[in-house]
Ligand binder design. Structure first.
Ligand code: PMP
Length: 395
């Protein structure tokens, strides 16, 4: 019989020469179980997706109950669908007063695409600014604002009029001018290896955007929905952008994304020309029902605020001569290793001991700690013990 692994490599499109290739049978809470029944602790959450844990029973129930009522009915925006309306209202209630409207899409990349188009339409400007070492998605628009050189080099040309600022470097601020439609940024850069913006720098970016009529877009795709110790990372700074992009943790494990803005700004998608963004599946009712259930769990159990203390516990427990520094906040941490550390041996040990790990697109010397926010203190102690042991064994 041909193995699943062979069929996987043969028939499921591959973009990595060395996929992890674990065959997972089921997942629950912070655990994934492979077909041999081996349990793995998830330190990645599918990259900040499974914030309420895998297969949370309340989310599963919401999915089942909505799937029994209706699934896809019509392209986005034509029908009034209760799960969408209720989810939009629940998110708007969490955002600053200047936000009244949400456009639902299906992924983070599409949220970025929508936000870029909205900014260009609303300002009538052509230029876009983004940051070095930022990743915002893999579609052509999102890849045009990718702050690296590797992933975009084989697909040129991309969008014209894009320039890159240096994160936390005030010397870059002059790039924001009266010709700039928008500045896209993560207030905590994820794939750079979890680099938080300096408060002063962020304040200057916001000020300069206001002075020049440039729209400020925050990408909360990885940081959103409780990951960093607040519901959204920008809450650490008390600065509100004009547009926010969400995805990943938004859907409780189901695919969904969105961009939010004021009603006035969002209305620029309605006319001249009409249909400013079109999506068939955006805001799928089953995903919205799952997302709303997940949001209730985060709020009811205070998972966002508890993430702060849980992150602190990781910091306290993870003391080792192989660790150079720990960055980040909440359960959004980067463990930066000393240069001499044997990374591959360490990761092999982690997998052997049942830990799912991941590193960052722009940083090979760090790995991420981003487990489901539901992880308990006892589980954190267990994970830290495994990490320290794997470090000892791979020195
Ligand atoms: N923005 C950020 C910060 C991301 O990390 C990602 C995905 N890793 C995206 C956007 C794109 O999201 P998606 O993969 O859902 O298109």
């Amino acid at each position: 019989m041909i193995s699943q692994r062979t069929l996987f490599l043969q028939h499921v499109g591959q973009t990595s020469p060395c996929p992890m290739g674990l065959e997972i049978e089921r997942a629950e809470g912070i655990y994934l179980y492979d077909i041999q029944g081996k349990a793995y602790i998830d330190l990645v959450s599918g990259v900040s997706v499974s914030n309420v844990g895998h297969c949370h029973p309340i989310v599963v129930e919401a999915v089942k109950s909505q799937a029994e009522k209706y699934m896809h009915l019509m392209v986005y925006g034509e029908f009034i669908q209760q799960p969408q309306v209720n989810f939009a209202k629940a998110i708007i209630d969490l955002l600053p007063e200047s936000f009244q409207s949400i456009y639902f899409v299906s992924s983070g990349s599409e949220a970025i695409e929508g936000a870029l188009k909205l900014a260009k339409r609303a300002t009538g400007r052509k230029e876009i600014l983004a940051f070095k070492n930022a990743y915002h998605g893999s579609t052509h628009g999102a890849l045009s604002i990718y702050g690296g050189t590797e992933l975009n080099k084989a697909v040129q040309p991309l969008l014209p009029g894009v320039a890159f600022m240096e994160f936390n470097k005030p010397e870059s601020l002059h790039l924001i001018t009266g010709k700039t439609a928008c500045v896209v940024m993560e207030v905590i850069q994820a794939e750079a290896g979890i680099i938080p913006a300096d408060a002063d720098f962020l304040a200057e970016v916001s000020k300069r955007c206001k002075q020049t009529g440039t729209l400020l877009i925050f990408d909360e795709v990885q940081t959103g929905f409780g990951r960093t110790g607040r519901m959204f990372a920008f809450e650490h700074y008390h600065i509100a952008p004009d547009i926010i992009c969400f995805a990943k943790g938004m859907g409780g494990g189901m695919p969904i994304g969105a961009f939010a803005s004021s009603k006035k700004l969002m209305d620029t998608l309605t006319n001249n020309p009409t249909l400013g963004h079109i999506t068939t599946f955006g805001g799928h009712p089953v995903s919205c029902a799952a997302g709303l259930a997940a949001l209730h769990i985060i709020k009811d159990e205070n998972l966002h605020f508890k993430a702060e203390a849980k992150g602190e516990l990781f910091r306290k427990l993870l003391k080792h001569k192989a660790i150079h520094e720990i960055r980040g906040s909440g359960l959004f941490l980067a463990i930066e290793m000393v240069p001499s550390f044997k990374r591959d041996a360490f990761f092999a040990k982690c997998l052997e001991k049942g830990l799912i790990y991941d590193f960052f697109l722009f940083s090979n010397s760090a790995f991420r700690i981003a487990p489901p926010l539901t992880i308990t203190e006892a589980e954190i102690e267990k994970v830290a013990g495994i990490i320290l042991q794997a470090m000892d064994e791979s020195l």
